[in-house]
Ligand binder design. Structure first.
Ligand code: A3P
Length: 302
């Protein structure tokens, strides 16, 4: 694929054990020493766990369901992705999201996929609210595969991709280190641990739980309106969150049809359509080995 050499040449396991790209290097110090504010609100996830969905939910809860305001400004601007430069270093995509995050008027909303060990040190002393979301790795891996086809022109096989996922060879790996570090923090008063599966199953309950965590109260009418706004069908057509602003060019570059979208299929268990039984069993074994003794169960926030 177009960026394969870049990725092969730059993916390295750093001492903290996270696979990053060369684009991380110039950002590393600034992120580690980032001035965190107590009134920041962070959404931290491993990629493809439902980050965008959670960001829109969190932003709207914190802004008293200002749907009009949310529609007017792209989510990427309302809720900057602090280390986006790490992903875009080689792509020609411009913009300094680090500066956007740093210079935002409080309360700031910040997204990161970095694992605990690479996040700003002050997150653990200033203790702003952090919403984390996890997802079944079988769905994450397949979602990431489609994402790589779109963003990085990946042309390899799905099997190779899934193999790389389980071998912790992809950017932001290892998956389990990321998830379990936050699982251990789930009882901290400033951390909320949600799951994609619970959002799919009962979004109103997750909205209420998240609102309580953020210290906001919503009426039942607002919960219903927000549930509707966050539905897969509505989010897919919502230009403010569906990332279509950059997709036409990426689809053209990578020879993909218009139907290949960032907000793709949005299901729990969608892996059944694309993963062989043998591969699914390997994922389950891998999951069991990683989670035994931790109390973590896929899909359950605890
Ligand atoms: P799929 O690729 O399985 O469809 P992230 O934002 O962390 O990159 O996660 C993207 C995944 O969340 C994609 O999963 C996307 O379709 C899904 N998603 C986004 N909005 C959603 C919504 N409103 N309901 C369900 N899934 C959603």
């Amino acid at each position: 694929c177009k960026n394969k050499d870049f990725y092969l040449a730059t993916l390295k396991a750093y001492p903290s054990g996270c696979v990053v790209t060369e684009g991380y290097r110039p950002l590393a110090e600034g992120i580690a020493n980032f001035d965190v504010r107590e009134d920041d609100i962070w959404v931290v996830t491993y990629p493809k766990c439902g980050t965008t969905w959670t960001q829109e939910m969190v932003w709207l809860i914190a802004n008293n369901c200002d749907f009009e305001g949310a529609r007017k400004v792209l989510l990427n601007e309302r809720f900057p992705f602090i280390e986006f430069g790490m992903i875009t270093a080689d792509t020609g995509i411009e913009g300094d999201t680090f500066a956007t995050a740093k210079n935002m008027q409080p309360p700031r909303f910040i997204k990161s996929h970095l694992p605990k060990g690479l996040l700003p040190k002050e997150l653990w002393t200033k203790k702003p609210k952090i919403v984390y979301v996890s997802r079944d790795p079988k769905d994450v891996a397949l979602s990431f595969y489609h994402h790589y086809k779109l963003m990085n022109g990946y042309k390899g096989s799905v099997e190779d991709y899934l193999e790389a996922f389980m071998n912790d060879a992809l950017v932001y790996s290892p998956f389990w280190g990321h998830i379990l570090d936050f699982w251990k923090l789930r009882h901290e008063p400033n951390v909320l641990f949600n799951t994609y599966e619970e959002m799919k199953q009962d979004l109103p309950s997750v909205i209420r739980r998240t609102a309580r965590f953020l210290g906001r109260s919503l009426t039942e009418e607002q919960v219903a309106a927000l549930t509707d706004h966050l539905s897969f069908a509505k989010m897919r057509e919502n230009y403010s969150v569906n990332k279509e602003e950059g997709m036409t060019i990426l689809r053209q570059m990578n020879g993909l049809p218009d139907s290949h979208r960032f907000i793709r299929q949005g299901s729990s268990g969608g892996w059944r359509k694309e993963m062989t039984e043998a591969m699914a069993l390997r994922f389950d074994k891998w999951t069991e080995e990683a989670t035994t003794g931790t109390g973590y169960k896929v899909g359950v926030s605890g």
